[in-house]
Design a protein around this ligand. Structure first.
Ligand SMILES: Nc1ncnc2c1ncn2[C@@H]1O[C@H](COP(=O)(O)OP(=O)(O)OP(=O)(O)O)[C@@H](O)[C@H]1O
Ligand SMILES: [Mg+2]
Length: 489
C-alpha cells in the first residue's frame, strides 16, 4: 500500500483528480455567478422605466419642496407594479430622505450619486450597479428618475430592483435549480473524466513503470537488464539511451576487470623478471666474495661477465617497462617530421650488419632509389625497426637471412622486416603483441627478452594511428610490415 502511494501513477492520478475537482468548483461558481448577472441585467433592462412611471403617480414636489409624506402611497403603488423593488427619495447629493417600505432598516444614509446621474442621462442605460442603502458594501441594479421643480433638479427617485425578497428568491432558485442541475452534470462529467483519465494514465505510465523496474533491476546487479518498450516517442528514446548506457557500463566494467587482471599479471611478471637477473647478480657477487682468494682468473672473469650481462638485461628490462608505461599512459606524444626512410634504414642496417655477422646470419637492406620523404616521429620509427630487427636476428638460426625491405606505394611507404627463422605458431600470432606473451613454446626464463618488444612496437604505431601486419610460417620464417605516410611535397 505504502509502495502504491509512492508510485508515479498515484502521484499523477491524485494531481489529475485534484485538478478536476478544482476545475469543477470553478465551473459551478462561474455558472451560478453568470446566471445571477444574467437575471440582474435582464431585470434591469425590463425595469428601466419603473422610476419614471412611479414619479408620475407620486408627484413629490409640493410648494417647491420635496414632500415625503406620501411615501406610503408609493409603497402601495409599487406593490402593484413589482413586489421585488425598494424605493428611495434622494436629494441631489445622494442623501436618503425617505424610503419605503418605511419599516425596513437601512445602513447607509447616503449612496453614490454618479451611477444614478449616468442612468438618468442615458436614453438606453447600459448595465449599471448602484449602492444598496440596506447594506454597507452591496451594489444592486436599479432604476432612477430625476425629481424636478420646474426645470431645476431637486432630487432623485431611486428604485433598487433586486430587493431582499428578490435576492432570497434568486438564491433559493439558484440553490435548488441551477446548483442542482450544475452539480449533477458536473458529477457525471467528473466521474466519466476521472475514469477515462485514470485508464489513460494507467496506459501512459505503464512504460514508465517498466523503465523504473528495469533501472532498479540493473542497479541491483542484473547486468543484462534492458528496457523493452513496444511504443515509440520520448520514453522509447529514454529507454534506448538507458540501454546504450547500460551496454557501455557493462563493457567498461569488463574492460576494467580485464585491465585489472592484466595489471596483476604485469606486476607478477615484472617482479619475477627483476628477481631473476638480480638473483644471478647476487649469487655471483657472493661467490666472488667467498672464493676471492681461491678463484682462478678466468673463472673470475667468467663470473664478472655474467654479472655484466645480467645488469644489461636488467637495464633493458627497466627501460622497456618504463617506455611502455609512458606510451600507455599517453605521456609520449609523437612529434611527426619529414625524414628520409632510406637513410634511417641504412643507419640501422650498419648496426645490425655487425650483430648479424657475429651470429653468422646474412643481413640485407633492399631500398629503391626514388624513395620519397615520409612523415612520422623518427626516433619512434627507429625504435620500431630496431625492435623488429632484434627479434628477426634473435629468432633466426645460424645461416639464415634477415631482410629489411622498403617498398613505395601510391600514398605510403611499406617497411618489411623479414627473416628465415623459426617462425611463429599460427595460434600464437594473435598474442605476440601482448605484454609478456612470448608464444607457447617458450617461457620467460628461457628467453633473454622480457616479451615487451612487440607491445612497444604496436603502441608506437598506434599513437601514429598506424597498424602492423604479420605473416609467419613455422620453421620457414616471419615477416612484419607497416606503412608510413608519404610527406606531401
Ligand atoms: N621474428 C620472429 N620470429 C619468431 N618469433 C617471433 C619473432 N618476433 C617475435 N616473435 C615471438 O613473439 C614473442 C614476443 O616478441 P617480443 O619482441 O615482444 O618479446 P621478446 O623479443 O621475447 O622480448 P623483448 O623484445 O622484450 O626483449 C617472442 O617471444 C617470440 O615468441
Ligand atoms: Mg623482442
Amino acid at each position: 500500500m505504502k509502495k502504491f502511494f509512492r508510485s508515479i501513477y498515484w502521484k499523477i492520478s491524485a494531481t489529475f483528480l485534484a485538478l478536476l475537482l478544482i476545475l469543477s468548483a470553478v465551473y459551478i461558481y462561474i455558472i451560478v455567478f453568470s446566471a445571477e448577472m444574467y437575471f440582474q441585467e435582464a431585470n434591469q433592462r425590463l425595469s428601466v422605466p419603473i422610476a419614471q412611471r412611479l414619479l408620475k403617480h407620486y408627484q413629490p414636489v409640493v410648494n417647491h419642496q420635496l414632500d415625503s409624506s406620501r411615501m406610503d402611497e408609493i409603497y402601495t403603488i409599487q406593490k402593484l407594479f413589482n413586489p421585488s423593488i425598494e424605493v428611495y427619495v434622494l436629494d441631489t447629493t445622494g442623501k436618503v430622505l425617505s424610503h419605503c417600505p418605511s419599516n425596513t432598516k437601512i445602513c447607509r444614509m447616503s449612496v453614490g450619486i454618479q451611477p444614478i446621474k449616468t442612468f438618468v442621462m442615458e436614453k438606453f442605460p447600459s448595465f449599471l450597479m448602484g449602492d444598496d442603502p440596506k447594506y454597507e458594501m452591496t451594489e444592486k441594479t436599479f432604476s432612477a428618475a430625476e425629481i424636478k421643480d420646474g426645470t431645476k433638479i431637486i432630487g432623485y427617485l431611486y428604485v433598487i430592483l433586486g430587493s431582499e425578497e428578490f435576492d432570497n428568491n434568486f438564491k433559493m432558485l439558484a440553490g435548488s435549480y441551477i446548483l442542482r442541475i450544475g452539480t449533477r452534470t458536473m458529477t457525471i462529467t467528473l466521474f466519466a473524466a476521472a475514469i477515462i483519465g485514470l485508464i489513460a494514465l494507467l496506459f501512459i505510465t505503464k512504460n514508465l513503470r517498466t523503465i523504473v523496474r528495469t533501472v532498479k533491476e540493473f542497479q541491483n546487479g542484473n547486468r543484462s537488464a534492458r528496457i523493452q518498450l513496444s511504443s515509440t516517442g520520448e520514453l522509447n528514446e529514454l529507454a534506448t539511451s538507458f540501454n546504450e548506457m547500460a551496454d557501455t557500463i557493462v563493457s567498461n566494467l569488463d574492460e576494467l576487470k580485464t585491465m585489472d587482471s592484466l595489471r596483476r599479471e604485469l606486476v607478477a611478471n615484472v617482479s619475477h623478471d627483476l628477481r631473476t637477473p638480480l638473483a644471478t647478480i647476487h649469487g655471483y657477487i657472493e661467490t666472488l666474495l667467498i672464493k676471492a682468494e681461491t678463484l682462478e682468473n678466468h673463472d673470475r672473469e667468467k663470473y664478472l661477465k655474467t654479472i655484466l650481462s645480467s645488469t644489461d638485461r636488467l637495464r633493458t628490462l627497466v627501460e622497456e617497462l618504463f617506455e611502455l608505461s609512458k606510451l600507455e599512459a599517453q605521456q609520449i606524444k609523437p612529434n611527426p617530421e619529414p625524414f628520409s626512410i632510406s637513410e634511417l634504414v641504412q643507419d640501422i642496417g650498419q648496426k645490425y650488419l655487425i650483430i648479424a655477422e657475429k651470429k653468422e646470419i646474412r643481413f640485407q637492406c633492399i631500398l629503391p632509389h626514388d624513395l620519397p620523404l615520409v612523415i612520422a616521429d623518427i626516433a619512434l620509427v627507429d625504435r620500431v625497426i630496431q625492435n623488429l630487427s632484434d627479434n628477426a636476428i634473435k629468432f633466426t638460426p645460424q645461416g639464415g637471412v634477415v631482410t629489411i625491405e622498403v617498398r613505395r606505394n601510391l600514398t605510403n611507404v611499406e617497411v618489411t622486416v623479414a627473416d628465415t627463422g623459426e617462425g611463429i605458431f599460427e595460434k600464437d600470432i594473435p598474442h605476440i603483441f601482448d605484454r609478456y606473451n612470448k608464444g607457447s613454446q617458450k617461457n620467460i626464463f628461457q628467453s633473454d627478452g622480457a616479451g615487451l618488444g612487440l607491445a612497444i612496437v604496436k603502441k608506437i604505431l598506434e599513437v601514429h594511428h598506424l597498424s602492423i601486419s604479420v605473416s609467419s610460417k613455422k620453421n620457414e620464417g616471419t615477416a612484419f610490415s607497416f606503412k608510413l605516410p608519404v610527406y606531401p611535397v
